[in-house]
Design a protein around this ligand. Structure first.
Ligand SMILES: Nc1ncnc2c1ncn2[C@@H]1O[C@H](COP(=O)(O)OP(=O)(O)OP(=O)(O)O)[C@@H](O)[C@H]1O
Ligand SMILES: [Mg+2]
Length: 355
């Protein structure tokens, strides 16, 4: 049986840009899918197709058991959406915005008022609740927009970069809200540029680029594919880069990446803390002085570089739509074919295994 969010072969073209080039998704009920991808990958387009805001050129989508193309109005009644760009009415206060949403969903005035108050507290907006939202900071608008998406609790939710632009405390709080929602049975598709966020929240992750799915799996599976742990060393002097490189080459299990200007060397390793101690001893034997050394798991950047050939760009929640085409042409050697190969190498669909 297809999941609460299901898509098969979604294609959407804008002029000569293939924003979606045959995307398949299947999100089991009560789980979170993290949709990752660089700027312009097609994440927002996928969300817009699944939430009836765009009609795909071809393909099929079923959300909450309802065919998206055949019955868009019914789908709208079963979903909640928080878009990438906050969609609040600037002239209304925060409280009025939330009450309005409640009333649009046919809540009684009293009920809408109570729900608005609860969400304003929850998202740390109580102090600003009665100010027009145009006086809000970017992060406050973002939070108001998220609160608006949660006025009613639909069975299926879509959140497009919900925490971009939020400070760490507010991000953490939103994560808690999301975890509560999901433990209550909500199915969520969330796009994000933060692997840490996907790590925290998503049962499965789907990485897309150029409108195609290039990898799927759990966060651990993707990280493992990127090469497990790394040791990062910052040497005290430039002259120490060469001997340190030799040491890391000997004890690591892969290429040593050297950043000359920061005197930082990175190498994939297996062996954890024990190996770290060995590396420190060996560097000491060679008289290499170190400013910093540590063991770290692959970051979002590592996963992105390895899968898509370039680093993740974290947008600031403002308008970034124009920058992305330029980005995508600068990948030096990466092509749509590479993406296809990556998909094949991954054995196509590992979502089943990941459950
Ligand atoms: N309405 C539109 N008209 C023309 N091109 C569009 C439109 N919407 C999206 N695109 C193009 O489709 C591609 C995918 O865009 P999309 O917004 O889905 O990317 P994204 O993965 O959400 O990126 P970001 O991380 O920057 O939000 C981009 O090349 C974009 O320029
Ligand atoms: Mg987007």
């Amino acid at each position: 049986m297809p999941g609460a969010i299901y898509a098969e072969g979604l294609v959407k073209t804008f002029g000569d840009v293939k924003a979606l080039d045959g995307v398949d998704l299947d999100v089991p009920e009560g789980t979170v899918l993290g949709l990752l991808g660089p700027n312009g990958a097609g994440k927002t387009t996928a969300v817009r197709c699944l939430t009836t805001l765009l009609t795909p050129d071809s393909g099929r989508a079923v959300v909450a058991g309802i065919d998206v193309l055949k019955h868009p109005n019914e789908v709208r009644r079963s979903i909640g959406l928080s878009g990438q760009f906050a969609a609040v009415d600037e002239y209304l206060t925060g409280r009025e915005n939330l009450q309005m949403v409640g009333q649009l969903y046919q809540m009684k005035a009293k009920e809408a008022k109570a729900r608005a108050g609860e969400l304003l507290d929850r998202f740390n907006l109580a102090d600003a609740a009665d100010r027009p939202s145009k006086t809000y900071s970017g992060g406050m608008r973002r939070r108001l927009d998220l609160a608006a998406a949660l006025v009613v609790s639909p069975p299926v939710m879509f959140m497009d970069e919900p925490t971009t632009g939020l400070d760490p405390r507010n991000r953490q709080q939103l994560w808690e809200v999301i975890q509560e929602l999901v433990s209550g049975g909500t199915t969520l598709l969330l796009t994000t540029q933060y692997l840490e966020e996907a790590d925290h929240l998503a049962h499965d992750i789907c990485v897309i680029d150029h409108g195609r799915v290039i990898a799927r799996g759990t966060s651990d599976q993707l990280k493992a594919q990127t090469g497990g742990e790394r040791v990062e060393v910052v040497v005290h002097e430039r002259e120490h880069i060469a001997p340190a490189t030799e040491v890391l080459r000997g004890l690591g299990k892969g290429e040593v990446a050297v950043e000359n200007h920061t005197r930082k060397l990175t190498v994939p390793v297996s062996g954890g803390a024990k190996l770290l101690a060995e590396i420190i001893r060996e560097l000491d034997n060679r008289g290499v002085e170190i400013d910093d050394i540590g063991l770290r798991r692959p970051t979002l950047d590592d996963v992105f570089i390895s899968l898509t050939g370039h680093v993740a760009e974290v947008t600031n929640g403002e308008n970034t739509e124009n920058a992305e085409n330029a980005e995508n042409t600068e990948n030096g050697g990466r092509s749509a074919n590479d993406a296809t190969d990556a998909n094949d190498a991954n054995g196509k669909d590992t979502t089943e295994d990941a459950k």
